[in-house]
Design a protein around this ligand. Structure first.
Ligand code: SF4
Length: 515
């Protein structure tokens, strides 16, 4: 026997171990913690939030008592925390089911499958923005236009998605440089939709320099929205978004006004991009949006794709961006306090994620990631990407997020998810009857499975389990009650581990506060 073990057993020259009684590890009251996040709102008020969009405000004393599991059940704080899934009691077997149900509702969009379909109808553009993330091409490079054949194949794929709400976004480059194809896609989609009957929406993302009366009338007739870019006041916008002959800002503003006149006040939205030039001008940028009558602005940082990586992105860091964002948000709050309603979209998304029961439909920042589920991108050259960033990366030579091209594997996307058979649930009685039939029949197991509309694998598995339950299984095989007991124990271990993680997080939070 190794000497250390011998010393331990004989208590040689080492002190005998002292164990706490089992009761020392038991919770002090009959409740357990559920996953949560902690934050401080002000001097005395804290907030706890969870993954299903619930939150509770607590005094510090209440918060400490709560995480130490000594909060009295007759307090309001306890009742709120219980009803909003921050704690569950020993005998509350439904608590997890309820939490799971809420989480499932929140994540339901994943089951709806792809709702946003982006068509890159051309990479050509008449602007030359320094930060262009899509690596635009010159106006005369017709080889960067999507073909009708690719557009039609993409439309077939669009309608294979089971999603009831389909949004088709027509992007570029500048999509109005290939307006005949835009027209074709919208008309063909509406034609196909007479059969599919989806809630169909169209958006053209354009710098508006090519916005003609024809385009506007087409948009009116086919219920198409417009989305544009507006980087702030004229000098800033023109410097960041140069175009031949100049006047980018003027063209965009004229396009916004004209769109509102023809289509209505809410049919055009705008996005801004923050460059090093913008960093000191956040108030002016926001004021420009107010001046033009917008009630929303999305303060967006520069993403490291396309031309932005070469020129601009390294010239400001996270701290610069956060400072810009905070100053912008304060200005927006002041504007709202003054009576003009102005929404900041990034904050809106974050707040929806934290506090709204169904979260945010925005495709970015999803968990699980919305890749391929939130959006699909059909590129001008027939390539398909699982996200808009995927195509930007591909333009930079990184093919990680490229899906199979149409012409090589036209059906693979369907096989990967859209056409897959749904998982079904069977009662124990049905399984027992299926096993009995398979054993009594002189047909093969595969044939019986086919007759019952089952997979052969499932039926073979049920037969094996029935044999084990009857005591005829291989040595060591678990019977159904034993397997259920094992599953229950595993669940208990998982819950204990989860609770330990929550306590660790809370301890770290308070330790940081006390520093
Ligand atoms: S950002 Fe848009 S408008 Fe500017 S160059 Fe790129 S595609 Fe053209």
């Amino acid at each position: 026997m190794p000497s250390l073990a011998r010393a331990f057993l004989l208590g040689n020259d080492m002190a005998p171990p002292v164990f706490q009684p089992r009761s020392a590890y038991a919770p002090r009251t009959g409740y357990h913690l559920l996953p949560l996040r902690l934050g401080r709102l002000d001097e005395s008020i804290y907030i706890v939030t969870n993954d299903v969009g619930e939150y509770v405000r607590l005094e510090r004393d209440e918060l400490v008592a709560f995480v130490e599991r000594r909060l009295a059940p007759d307090t309001n704080a306890y009742k709120s925390l219980k009803s909003r899934h921050f704690l569950y009691e020993d005998d509350a077997s439904v608590a997890f089911d309820l939490l799971a149900l809420k989480y499932r509702s929140r994540a339901e969009r994943i089951a709806e499958f792809t709702g946003l379909h982006i068509f890159v109808v051309t990479l050509r553009c008449d602007h030359s923005c320094q930060y262009c993330q899509v690596s635009r091409q010159s106006e005369d490079s017709a080889q960067y236009d999507m073909t009708v054949a690719h557009a039609d194949k993409a439309l077939d794929l669009v309608f294979r998605s089971p999603n009831e709400r389909i949004k088709i976004e027509l992007q570029g480059g500048e999509p109005l440089l290939n307006f005949p194809l835009v027209r074709r896609i919208v008309e063909r989609a509406q034609e196909l939709n007479q059969h599919h009957r989806r809630d169909l929406q169209f958006v053209i993302t354009s710098n508006l320099s090519r916005l003609s009366e024809d385009v506007l009338l087409f948009c009116k007739e086919h219920d198409v929205y417009l989305s544009t870019s507006l980087d702030g006041p004229a000098d800033l916008h023109d410097a960041q978004r140069p175009t031949r002959g100049g006047g980018s800002h003027q063209k965009t503003v004229e396009g916004i006004h004209r769109t509102r006149e023809v289509l209505g006040p809410h049919r055009v939205s705008a996005l801004m991009t923050t460059t090093p030039r913008s960093l000191h001008r956040v108030h002016e940028i926001i004021d420009e949006y107010v001046r033009l009558g917008f009630h929303g602005i999305f303060l967006r940082n520069l993403s490291p794709y396309g031309f932005a990586t070469r020129s601009l992105v390294k010239r400001y860091g996270v701290d610069d961006w956060l400072d810009f964002y905070k100053r912008g948000l304060s200005h927006i709050l002041r504007i709202n306090a003054g009576g003009y309603l102005l929404r900041e979209d990034y904050t809106t998304i974050l707040l929806q994620k934290m506090f709204a029961p169904l979260g945010s439909p925005y495709v970015d920042l999803q968990s699980p990631a919305g890749i391929g589920i939130g959006a699909l991108v059909y590129n001008y050259d027939g390539a398909v990407y699982a996200s808009d960033e995927g195509r930007m990366l591909a333009e930079m030579g990184d093919q990680t997020l490229v899906l199979p091209r149409f012409r090589r594997h036209p059906r693979r996307h369907q096989e990967a998810g859209m056409g897959r058979r749904k998982r079904r649930a069977f009662t124990p009685e049905f399984k027992a009857e299926a096993v009995r039939l398979a054993k009594a029949s002189d047909r093969s197991i595969g044939q019986v499975a086919k007759d019952l509309d089952l997979t052969e694998t499932a039926l073979r598995d049920w037969i094996k389990r029935a044999d084990t339950d009857a005591g005829h299984g291989p040595p060591g095989a678990l019977t159904t009650p034993e397997r259920e007991e094992l599953q229950r124990l595993r669940r208990d271990v998982k819950r204990l581990e989860m609770e330990r993680e929550i306590l660790k997080k809370a301890a770290a939070f308070f330790a940081k506060e006390n520093e």
